[in-house]
Ligand binder design. Sequence first.
Ligand SMILES: Cc1ncc(COP(=O)(O)O)c(C=O)c1O
Length: 399
Amino acid sequence: MQQSAALARISPSPTLAITSRVLELKRAGVDVIGLGAGEPDFDTPDHVKDAAIEAIRAGRTKYTNVDGIPELKAAIVAKFARDNALAYTPDQVSVNVGGKHTLFNAIVATVEPGDEVVIPAPYWVSYPDVVQFAGGTPVVVAAGPEQGYKLTPEALDAAITPRTKWVILNSPSNPTGAAYTADELKALGQVIARHPQVWVFADDMYEHITYDGFAFATIAQVCPELYERTLTVNGCSKAYAMTGWRIGFAAGAPWLIKAMAKLQSQSTSNPCSIAQAAAVAALNGDQTFLATRAAAFQVRRDLVVGMLNAAEDIHCPMPEGAFYVYPSIAGVIGKTTPNGRRIDTDEDFVGYLLDDAKVAAVQGAAFGLSPAMRISYATSDDLLREACTRIQTACAALR
Ligand SMILES: Cc1ncc(COP(=O)(O)O)c(C=O)c1O
């Protein structure tokens, strides 16, 4: 028995691999600071936990509708109206086992061999792999720090061909934290509008984590002409600190939602009934804590960006959202560590940081744009200060 050709086209998630490595080191007693994980350190709010406990006690522990209970679909319809001025009906809503599952369902349900999917880089690690699993071709378009890590309309236009099926937009971005303004989205939308075969996968997972009064916008809202061919994707994982509950969702064309449900009916079936009850409470309950948490993240962002820019040879742009920074480490390439190892790649550099500074970051190569690294600042201010001090010391020790 061999693995299938579809599986051989993909790799294990590099970010989950770093998280496992940090756990191993910690178990072995090493004082390592993990800045690799993509999840908030905040806890799931109590009212959300209470709703889940209540659901268990009330016996809501059985199979549900494949792609979401009516109460949750109604809460999602209300969320899109409230936050995004987008009008959807329940038959336009799909609930999945996390945002990653939403991506998997949408791509596997629509992409055929030869189809192209435009993915701006740096990208969230799962986009190209899921496209490749489906037999499609990721068309990676570089969007480096010189353009604020944002795709330009010109580069997008040049990347689109008659075989383009989807363009993936992720704002605020994992791994850079860059977020598109309404005007920037409109300019990209004008390009996409000229190509009727192209659909937009708008990944808004970090919508509620933005800074300095940034006005979040999503493409179906600012380009109504693209409403019919946009899948607007969001979830509970990041905003409500619910990564373990596994609830992602999307809204778009009814036929696409049905196609995703068909696939889901033969794979996971419904998302966990208890997690769905929790998600109803998260979406319908108090939303004021979202701004409080974003403010706490902003303090950390400022701390990390300031300290990294004070490190020799690191250049760290200021992100608009999410809880990641993506500094360029071009300055350390070609230097030598105190042990005499030459740094040729960003993988070499994050290996040096892990071995010598005991700080875990993820190499830019994993996200398709080098030389850089991703640092997640979803951890305490004290740990961030200590980690950045270690990075500064490690950079100063290079020759
Ligand atoms: C950009 C982006 N989209 C979607 C997801 C999926 O989130 P989850 O599957 O945990 O709900 C993530 C998680 O890291 C992400 O960073």
